[in-house]
Design a protein around this ligand. Structure first.
Ligand SMILES: Cc1ncc(COP(=O)(O)O)c(C=O)c1O
Ligand SMILES: [Zn+2]
Length: 443
């Protein structure tokens, strides 16, 4: 038998699917038991990850730095736009805030997914790996249901791979999203309903036309791609922060982090997984509500399967509008295991957060990323961040994908008729105004 680079291990029955050819031929189900969740395992010594993690900055230029531990056989099939190797910025101003307001000494890093060069969100790595694997396996047509960012990223990277993509978005998806998908010449279906309906129609399309559909948050191509973020944190700052804050829709982040920990097992590079602090927008927070109830009741038997389903959720962050959170049992379990939390952030304050971040750092974050940063403030307020913590905030998207949101950030303009209406300007004067907005939330 040929010594294969990797295989897909069924998490339910233990069958080893030899390659993506068989996986795709069975419409991404285990041929033995029908399970849709597999772990990619590599036929190589995981000690080699250490060398990759020791690479200097110039040596890693994209997610493909980790090719040896990604499920692609031939590097010539790799599609890339320099995604995945993005900086972790030390956000001292948040450290100072935690000290001043809560007396806590903490470290804060922001993971700059806005700098991904594909579409400027943390979905770019997933799309780069998926496009490459699909190309390698001769897939010509693909479909995906998305609340927005996956749509953009897949549209872009699959176009680069010459693969036709049909995207199914809910009726509240941003026009900017629709435009971006269209601009790459991919098909967009705007479904008259919510994300749950978009997923349903996409699944029916997949069945009807025998077109492969993205497997969602547990899709092995996506999980493998996203696990590399843990490798990058180790490479760049030498440790995995002990608190991980991310905006939550379906929850690929925690699933991917757990997979990275499996890959790193026995290497002595990581210890416990970080505490997962997952943040939902107040307009669509079913996982938060399920979690809060379970916590109140002391996590009774069967709690993982008890969560609300919100039809047609109304939120300012359509990207996070998963009203029917099918992955709750997986995510809530991981959150519990890591002593984390699922919280919500009041989305009426999103623009205040984004203005403050842009003022302090010149980083312009999108609405979903503002939910994560807002979640940091909320976590401090609720006492979920402790003395000595090292917090990583996953800034999942830049502002480029939400032009309306940029417009909402306007606040310094003065309308004038002549120079008589002008005055000297010191931008420092804006600082207290912006911080007051945050402080007011927690008065
Ligand atoms: C910027 C950003 N943050 C967070 C999320 C939530 O990701 P997940 O579906 O992995 O929970 C998304 C999903 O689209 C996103 O685009
Ligand atoms: Zn199986």
């Amino acid at each position: 038998m040929v010594h294969k680079k990797f295989y897909l291990h069924c998490t339910q029955c233990g069958y080893d699917v030899p390659d993506f050819g068989e996986w795709f031929a069975h419409m991404q189900k285990c041929p033995k038991c029908g399970c849709t969740v597999v772990d990619v395992q590599y036929n190589r010594d995981n000690k080699e990850i250490k060398d990759l993690i020791n690479a200097k900055n110039g040596e890693a230029t994209s997610v493909w730095h980790y090719f040896d531990f990604l499920p692609l056989n031939d590097i010539s099939n790799a599609i890339s736009r320099g995604e995945g190797v993005i900086p972790l910025d030390n956000w001292k101003f948040l450290e100072n805030y935690a000290k001043k307001t809560y007396g806590l000494t903490i470290k804060v890093h922001a993971y700059r997914n806005d700098l991904n060069q594909g579409t400027g969100t943390f979905k770019d790595v997933a799309a780069a790996v998926a496009a490459s694997v699909l190309k390698e396996n001769g897939v010509k047509e693909y479909c995906v249901a998305s609340t927005g960012n996956i749509a953009n990223a897949f549209a872009h990277y699959l176009a680069e791979a010459g693969i036709s993509l049909s995207v199914f978005v809910p009726n509240d998806a941003l026009i900017a999203n629709e435009a971006e998908v269209n601009s790459y010449g991919q098909r967009l279906y705007r479904v008259d309903g919510d994300y749950a309906l978009a997923k349903k129609v996409a699944a029916e399309y997949s069945q009807k036309f025998k077109v492969l559909m993205s497997g969602g948050n547990t899709d092995p191509m996506r999980v493998e791609a996203k696990k590399t973020m843990v490798f990058e944190w180790l490479r760049q700052i030498g440790e995995v922060p002990n608190v991980y804050v991310q905006a939550l829709s379906g929850g690929t982040g925690p699933i991917a982090i757990e997979k990275a920990y499996k890959d790193l097992k026995g290497l002595g590079l990581v210890d416990k997984m970080p505490r997962f602090i997952m943040v939902q927008p107040s307009g669509c927070a079913p996982m938060t509500h399920g979690w809060e109830k379970a916590k109140e009741q002391g996590f009774p038997e069967g709690w993982l399967n008890q969560y609300p389903i919100y039809e047609n959720p109304v939120t300012k962050v359509p990207t996070l509008a998963t009203g029917k959170p099918g992955t709750y049992p997986i995510i809530a379990k991981l959150v519990k295991e890591t002593s984390g939390e699922i919280i919500e952030f009041n989305e009426t304050h999103l623009v205040d957060v984004a203005r403050l971040i842009a003022f302090e750092t010149t980083v312009r974050i999108g609405p979903a990323a503002a939910i994560a940063v807002g979640g940091f403030f909320e976590s401090l307020h609720q006492g979920h961040i402790k003395e000595g913590d090292h917090v990583l905030i996953n800034v999942g998207e830049g502002v480029r994908r939400a032009p309306d949101f940029v417009e909402e950030m306007i606040y310094t303009t003065r309308h004038i008729n002549s120079v008589d209406d002008c005055e000297r300007f010191d931008r420092e004067d804006l600082r207290s105004q912006l911080w007051n907005k945050i402080n007011q939330i927690y008065q």
